[in-house]
Each structure stands twice: as structure tokens, then as C-alpha cells.
Design a protein around this ligand. Structure first.
Ligand code: ATP
Length: 308
């Protein structure tokens, strides 16, 4: 389990992470979301002992990363493209990582197989594509068979097959009882992968809840209604106290489920051509929740003198 308590990082007068507390539990995939500059990478770097908190703590199974005698056995991590020796082969890179961390060299072929790099294991990593480099980074993360796996943007540079592979892999790691903590900009992918979400904006926690609760709380679903008698249907639904918005040829109705809307209209004898429950996506929910954080960071990044 990963636990952050009052975790804070300041760079000069800029607060990148502002006193956040959260827990990442084993047996499920926890997604870590936030707009650009929200503090995700800084949090992950502190978790992995690459940056020192200004205040607060972050621990893995009760200990700081720096206190683990063999960290790769405890926490496997993929951060943004790591420095690889371009002349070394993928297999040699993994062997070197295994040897320098006291891990069994036979594990190298197992992880090469797990990430689908067996056929190219002898090639120099300098000639690897971005996606192959990501797979190698994931192989390093899994080398020590760790109970906790932290992946920052693991699907970057992967093709659709690779993206699906990361989804299956992370879900399997969680099903094996591991703690899986994952960031991604691909919302549709995160919606399919994560069970739980921690969302940050401007260095603070905006949400820490299940995926289902997040979507239910932060984006509204509605019933799409199409009818040749649109005006009468709208009047009827409004007379029942429902919220009805007109969008082109369709009505968007909130306050009742599709079956109940259909029964109401059906009893009145009016005609219906379409009745569909439209569920909001994770992306809608994320945009709603983080709108202010995004505006803030957009303003922050406007160059001096540029029109606003
Ligand atoms: N070494 C540093 N020195 C100064 N400021 C930094 C440093 N690292 C990060 N920051 C600032 O801290 C804030 C959080 O950055 P961080 O990279 O953690 O965000 P992020 O959520 O990972 O964003 P992205 O999705 O763009 O990677 C940003 O405002 C960033 O400019």
C-alpha cells in the first residue's frame, strides 16, 4: 500500500504539491489524474525517492523508498523515458539491472516474454521505437516481481494493441493482489483500466473515489429524446418538473431514467422516435472537475506580453 500524508513540494515560491494525503490500496488499479502541471510527476518522484518532500511523507508498505535495501523487489516503476545506454541490447540492459540489484538473471527472459520483446531482445536499445522503449521500461519495473507497481504514462507511444496490452497487464497485476498506481492522459483508456481514481489539480486532491462514483458525481447523464412532436413532449416533461434542454432536433432530459420518460410520454399518446440514456464519460467528468485548474495553468503559461 502507498500512503501520502501532508505531502508537500515547493520549488522556490511555487508550490507543486500542496499538502496532499491519499492511500493507494492493493488488489486494484488506482488511476492518478490531473491537468498538465497539477503535480503528478512530482508526487511520483517523491514516492520513488527521486525528490525530497518539503513537508509530509510518502511511504510504501510503511517505509520510505530510500529505506528499502532492494527497492526493485518492493516497487517497480516506469517514469518518463529513462536514460538507456543506446549501444546496449534490451537483454543486456535487463541483465545489468538485475545484477546491480541482486536479482536472479533468469528473471530477465521471463520479463522479456511478459512485455513481448523476446524477438528483439538482442537489438540495440538505441534503435528501439518509443513504444518498444516503453515496453522495456515496463520490463524493468517488473524485474523484481514487486508487490507495488507505479507507472507514469505507460501507454505513451504505444499503438492500439500495445495500449490494450498495458490494460490487460495492469489489471492482471492488480488481480494478483499487487498495488498498481498509474497515470495517463488517455481518459478513455483510464476509464477501462482503473477501479479507483485520485485526481489532483494545482497540487491539491480534487477527488479520491471509485471510478463509478467519480463519473456519477462529476458529470450528469441525461436521456436523449427525439419526437416529431418535440414541443408538446418538452411541455409535458417540464410540467412534471423535469429539466429539459433543447439541442437541435433532440431534447435532453434530466431527472428520470429512460424507462420512466418513455412511460410518461407513452401515456400521453405523443410519439417518440428515440429514447436513449446518454452516460457521461470519464473525460466529461474530469473536464467538469478540473476546469478551474486548467484555466489557471493556461493563464500561468501565457508568455508575458501575449494576448490573453
Ligand atoms: N524541478 C522543478 N523546478 C521548478 N518547478 C518545477 C519543477 N518540477 C516541477 N515543477 C513545477 O511544479 C508543478 C507540477 O509539475 P509536475 O511535473 O509534477 O506536474 P504534472 O501533473 O506531472 O504535469 P504533466 O501532466 O504536464 O506532466 C508545475 O507547475 C511545474 O512547472
Amino acid at each position: 500500500m502507498i500512503e501520502a500524508q501532508g505531502l508537500t513540494k515547493r520549488y522556490g515560491d511555487r508550490t507543486a504539491v500542496d499538502g496532499i494525503s491519499f492511500s493507494v490500496h492493493p488488489g486494484r488499479v488506482t488511476g492518478f489524474l490531473g491537468p498538465n502541471g497539477a503535480g503528478k510527476s512530482t508526487t511520483m518522484r517523491m514516492l520513488l525517492g527521486l525528490d525530497r518532500p518539503t513537508a509530509g511523507t510518502v511511504t510504501v508498505n510503511g517505509r520510505s523508498y530510500a529505506d528499502f535495501p532492494a527497492p526493485l523487489r518492493q516497487v517497480g516503476a516506469l517514469l518518463e523515458a529513462r536514460a538507456l545506454h543506446p549501444g546496449r541490447s534490451a537483454r543486456d540492459h535487463l541483465r545489468w539491472m538485475a545484477a546491480s540489484n541482486g536479482l536472479a538473471v533468469r528473471r530477465v527472459d521471463e520479463v522479456l516474454d511478459m512485455v513481448g520483446l523476446t524477438d528483439v531482445a538482442g537489438q540495440r536499445v538505441g534503435r528501439f521505437s518509443l513504444g518498444m522503449g516503453q515496453r522495456l521500461g515496463i520490463a524493468v519495473a517488473l524485474l523484481g516481481d514487486p508487490p507495488v507497481v507505479v507507472l507514469d504514462e505507460p501507454v505513451n507511444g504505444l499503438d492500439p494493441e500495445g495500449i490494450r496490452w498495458v490494460r490487460t497487464l495492469t489489471r492482471r497485476l492488480a488481480a494478483e493482489g499487487r498495488t498498481v498506481f498509474l497515470s495517463s492522459h488517455l481518459m478513455s483508456e483510464m476509464a477501462l483500466t482503473a477501479d479507483h481514481l485520485v485526481v489532483i489539480g494545482r497540487g491539491r486532491i480534487l477527488a479520491d473515489c471509485s471510478m463509478a462514483d467519480f463519473i456519477a458525481q462529476h458529470a450528469a447523464s441525461y436521456v436523449r429524446v427525439a419526437s416529431p412532436q418535440r414541443g408538446e413532449v418538452a411541455d409535458l416533461l417540464r410540467s412534471q418538473g423535469l429539466d429539459v434542454a433543447v439541442h437541435g432536433d433532440e431534447l435532453r432530459v434530466q431527472g428520470l431514467d429512460a424507462a420512466a420518460v418513455g412511460e410518461l410520454v407513452g401515456r400521453s399518446g405523443l410519439l417518440l422516435h428515440e429514447l436513449t440514456l446518454v452516460r457521461s464519460s470519464l473525460e466529461d467528468a474530469f473536464m467538469t472537475l478540473t476546469a478551474t485548474s486548467v484555466e489557471y495553468s493556461a493563464r500561468q503559461q501565457t508568455p508575458a506580453g501575449a494576448p490573453r
